[in-house]
Design a protein around this ligand. Structure first.
Ligand code: CP
Length: 308
């Protein structure tokens, strides 16, 4: 069963094939090649369930559109409106859904929910974000880097701010695709030691540098994300803003990176907080390409899950 749960738990060759497939479907759709693989509607006759226990714009729309472009039908389910939100076990929900649908994408809080869903489902399960990781986002990010700059292997990436779930998946990508990773942010928000070890064990450099200017010096790619994630208590907002303010990505910080360094953000962004509008809308920013590539990357992920 091809579940897509995380980047570090998926074979490198499969990840590379997914990115190639995503790019070829994007090229075909945009008329850059004659072949149009997704016109064959490889998911015709399939039903895809998209479960959201948290809000979403990009994940919800890109999965829905992507599945439909490939001929599938979709149902978008709100976790709170399902029995899942009223005490039915995850295992029972997984068993029941497997009798109706061919593929499940779930966005949830605790990664144990995702794991239990994948353990008991008889159909593939895709991680559409948990509090701990966001692999679909980062597959789109790797695709975006390579579209703009060529192979991501060997580059230096710097994460500015909170070592959150997106940061974790970038670190998984560093290990699997072979690039160096520097984290700059307050000590309280360091990425998990398990992910630090994963990057180092893969033979890549992992560094923590508290000085943001030094952290981005000469790097190829800068990431930022919101200072208060969906799973963070809103009561912590002021404290987090105070801690994270020195890590804002602004023009002065971008100027320390390579001239052609790219800026990425998974969105939604809080302009003038973690990133200034001058950077978001500037020449190094590829944030809307990342958003578009969610569509293409997830189409490839769905095809891999279903083996079509
Ligand atoms: N980046 C991302 O996952 O966006 P949504 O929360 O809007 O799905």
């Amino acid at each position: 069963m091809n579940h897509f749960l995380d980047i570090h738990t998926t074979e490198k060759a499969a990840l590379r094939n997914m990115l190639d497939s995503a790019q070829s479907m994007k090229d075909a759709r945009q008329g850059r090649t004659k072949a149009a693989p997704d016109n064959e509607q490889p998911l015709a006759g399939h039903m895809v369930a998209l479960i959201f226990e948290k809000p979403s714009t990009r994940t919800r729309v890109s999965f829905d559109v992507g599945a439909r472009q490939m001929g599938a039908e979709t149902m978008v389910l709100s976790g709170k409106d399902m029995q899942l939100g009223h005490g039915e076990t995850i295992a029972d929900t997984a068993r029941v859904l497997s009798r109706y649908v061919d593929l499940i994408m779930i966005r949830t809080f605790d990664e144990d929910v995702l794991k239990e869903m994948s353990e008991y489902a008889d159909v593939p399960v895709i991680n559409g974000l948990t509090d701990r990781t966001h692999p679909c986002q980062v597959m789109a990010d790797v695709m975006t880097y390579e579209e703009h700059r060529g192979p991501i292997a060997g580059i230096k990436a710097t994460w500015c701010g909170d070592g959150n779930n997106v940061c974790a998946s970038v670190m998984h990508a560093a290990a699997q695709f072979g690039f160096d990773f520097t984290f700059t942010g307050p000590m309280q928000l360091d990425p998990e030691p398990e992910w630090q070890k994963l990057v180092r064990d893969a033979g890549q450099s992992f560094k923590v540098e508290r000085d943001a200017d030094k952290a981005v010096d000469g790097c190829d790619l800068i990431f930022a994300d919101t200072w208060v994630s969906m799973h963070d208590a809103q009561s912590a907002r002021e404290r987090r803003h105070n801690m994270l303010r020195p890590y804002q990505v602004n023009d002065a910080l971008m100027a320390k990176a390579k001239d052609d360094a790219l800026f990425m953000h998974c969105l939604p962004a809080h302009r003038e907080e973690e990133v200034t509008s001058s950077v978001m809308d500037g020449p190094n920013s590829v944030v809307f390409d990342e958003a578009e590539n969610r569509l293409h990357a997830q189409k490839a992920i769905m095809r891999w899950c279903l083996g079509v």
